[in-house]
Design a protein around this ligand. Structure first.
Ligand code: C2E
Ligand code: MG
Ligand code: MG
Length: 664
């Protein structure tokens, strides 16, 4: 008995703690079977009416009427409730439970009272049996049916059985007292069974609920980007496919705009990832408000967003792209700092540019690639020619990967002449790719490809080690120059790569020269700055390559101490025709002399050009007239000859005499 009381208390506490959904589900169990409720009502009415009619007792007749009405009301409520609110709303569910509870208790009490009156007001054993069996049977059944709400079940049990026991105890027959006692024991047993059933039901429901919650959570995680709350790639693709299936039926188009924020990595690197995340969230909000009511937006990871919108008018996709560009460029306030980003957009329109989601997305991506290579901060619609170019590039990329693995690449060396001494002071390492079918592929074509695919890192590593190993075999006073791709100058492992190349080859650091283009210096990237300073600490020489082709800002000449400026080939080619080219060369020579830097004239092809740059006091010359890029074995023989005191001979017979005349 005490353990039952303890259990009752415990259950009371547990019941208050159960989650809302679980409670609602438990309440739902009360209404699951309106049939059993109906059977209970019919049985109660039938028995009580039969006894009332046979006994002609007005009290029993009144109770029989009350039983019939209560039963009907309860069935009505259950059916009505069941139809209208399947218990999804907590308040509605609590109200229904209360109504059910009142109905259940009243009905149980009426049955108990009917049996009590039958026992005390009549002597007919058959009536007694009919009423007793009905009420006790009902009490037993109801404990099982309503165990999900134990307070209701136990209340019904007590209200039905207590008057029966009382009626039996009030009789003069000892055997009836025994039956009254047994009824009490039966009630205690049923309470225990109800509580156990409740615990089991509760456990099962809580587990189901937890599972439902987890499933919903995983489904959400699988479909949405947790940071911005936008749909992810998988969800977007599904949505796109569904939308594509419907556009055929209407005269509508579907535009996909693939947006990539320009130089977002730099925001992350310079302002930190939390700021970067806020920028992404702000962009996500802007994009959501743009497409609101017109389409949807998803985040494809990193700084890439894809918008989907419907339209019928010609040029609606381009208008949308312009709108997105205008929204993105508005400076955003992040922690009081104004941050401005720009974006590049690739646009593809269905059904014109593809009929399935994969094709449309692939085409938008290709258009994005073009938007980026056209200088970013712009949008680019997809054109069929892009696909051919893309396929060709992919073929070339695959071939380049194979070439790297099979070592089909080779490093050639082009001499750089010191115009004051007439000797070769260093050689520039230039990559060559002999493709078995395509023949010689120009580095101007495959280096950008290597940069965009990440292959530049292994390639540069290889070039560095080849160049250092080659130069280590050359005379001591000849250095080697290696071109450094801008993409590589953001990789902090670069200095390890260089140190390891120097260490394995045994080349002194002062003999290795790195050629950097202006674009790297203009970007003001923290990583590049650190790297350039590190190179200078190691003792490497630094030169600015292709000077004059970029912005030619002079501020970085002050910021870093460069050893060389290489005047771009285009100025040398124009030297005889263009007064401006000559003026620029003169100005640069003066600047280099003031800053104590060497100045190299690139692309010397003729005696006239050599004459001009010597006269202009360039300190060094590089070009086909001095020497073409050549394989390592050849350059080594020629440098060894120079080391033995032989004069360097150019590609052309006229080279040496011309140089001698110029030096005289
Ligand atoms: P660059 O660094 O400016 O290299 C000089 C380019 O001018 C070379 O072209 C060279 O062959 C060419 N050249 C030399 N003398 C003359 C001349 O008298 N007339 C003419 N018309 N051209 C001359 P190349 O070898 O085709 O390389 C093109 C560019 O590819 C290089 O320009 C460099 O930016 C890049 N590159 C080459 N090798 C590598 C490498 O190993 N790594 C990286 N990152 N870039 C490389
Ligand atoms: Mg170069
Ligand atoms: Mg150059």
């Amino acid at each position: 008995m005490t353990s039952i009381v303890a259990k009752l208390r415990e259950i009371g506490k547990t019941d208050r703690r159960v989650a809302d959904e679980v409670r609602r589900s438990l309440v739902e169990t009360l209404f699951v079977s309106s049939t059993s409720l109906g059977m209970g009502a019919i049985a109660g009415s039938a028995c009580s009416t039969a006894i009332a009619l046979s006994s002609h007792d007005p009290w029993i007749a009144s109770i029989a009427i009350a039983i019939g009405m209560t039963g009907a009301l309860r069935v009505g409520h259950a059916v009505f409730y069941h139809k209208r609110s399947r218990g999804d709303d907590s308040t509605e569910s609590a109200r229904s439970e209360t109504v059910y509870e009142i109905g259940a208790w009243v009905y149980a009490l009426l049955l108990g009272m009917m049996t009590f009156l039958t026992l005390v007001r009549s002597d007919n054993a058959l009536y007694h049996m009919l009423a007793g069996v009905l009420t006790i049977g009902y009490a037993a059944g109801i404990c099982g049916r309503n165990a999900g709400r134990p307070v209701i079940a136990i209340g019904q049990l007590a209200l039905a059985a207590a008057p029966v026991a009382l009626g039996l105890f009030l009789s003069a027959e000892p055997l009836r007292w025994v039956l009254g006692g047994v009824t009490c024991v039966f009630v205690i047993g049923m309470v225990d069974i109800t509580l156990q059933t409740y615990s089991a039901v509760l456990k099962a429901m809580s587990a189901t609920q937890e599972q439902k919650r987890l499933t919903a959570r995983f489904e959400r995680l699988a479909r949405y980007d947790s940071m911005t709350g936008l749909e992810n790639r998988a969800a977007f693709q599904e949505r796109l496919q569904n939308e594509l299936e419907t556009i055929g039926e209407q005269d509508e188009q579907l535009a996909v705009l693939w947006l990539d924020l320009d130089k977002f990595k730099e925001i992350n690197d310079s302002l930190g990832h939390p700021t970067g995340d806020r920028v992404l969230c702000t962009v996500a909000r802007q994009l959501s408000s743009i497409v609101d009511g017109r389409g949807s937006v998803a985040r494809f990871g990193g700084d890439e967003f894809v918008l989907l919108c419907r339209g019928g008018r010609e040029g609606f996709a381009e208008d949308m792209a312009r709108e997105v560009m205008r929204a993105v460029i508005v400076p955003m306030d992040i922690d009081g700092a104004a941050i401005q980003v720009t974006g590049s957009i690739g646009v593809a329109v269905a059904p014109r540019d593809g009929a399935d989601s994969d094709t449309i997305l692939q085409h938008a991506d290709m258009a994005l690639y073009h938007a980026k290579s056209n200088g970013r901060n712009d949008f680019c619609p997809f054109l069929p020619a892009m696909e051919e170019e893309f396929l060709e590039l992919r073929k070339l990329e695959a071939a380049l990967r194979v070439a790297v693995e099979r070592e089909e690449l080779e490093v050639y060396y082009q001499p750089i002449l010191d115009l004051r001494t007439g000797k070769i002071r260093s050689c520039e390492a230039l990559l060559r790719w002999h493709h078995p079918e395509l023949g010689m592929v120009s580095p101007a074509r495959f280096i950008p490809l290597a940069e965009s695919t990440g292959l530049i890192t292994p390639i540069s590593h290889w070039v560095l080690s080849q160049a250092c190993t080659a130069a280590a075999k050359w005379p001591d006073d000849v250095g080697v120059a290696v071109n450094m791709s801008p993409a590589l100058l953001k990789d902090l492992h670069l200095s390890h790569m260089i140190l390891s190349a120097l260490y394995t080859s045994g080349l002194q650091a002062r003999r290795l020269e790195l050629e950097i283009t202006e674009s790297v210096l203009l970007e003001e990237n923290a990583q590049s700055n650190t790297l350039i300073r590190e190179f200078q600490k190691i003792g490497l020489k630094l030169s600015i390559d292709d000077f004059g082709t970029g912005y030619s800002s002079l501020t970085y000449l002050k910021k870093y101490r460069f050893d060389k400026i290489k005047i771009d080939t285009s100025f040398i080619a124009d030297v005889t025709r263009s007064r401006e080219a000559r003026a620029i060369i003169h100005a640069l020579v003066g600047l280099a002399a003031e800053l104590d830097m060497d100045i190299v004239a690139e692309g010397i092809e003729t005696e006239t050009q050599l004459g001009y740059v010597t006269g202009a006091r360039c300190t060094m010359a590089q070009g086909f007239f001095v020497g073409r890029p050549m394989p390592e074995a050849i350059i080594r023989r020629r440098l060894e000859a120079q080391g033995r005191g032989e004069e360097w001979t150019g590609e052309d017979q006229s080279f040496r005499p011309a140089l001698r005349r110029l030096q005289a």
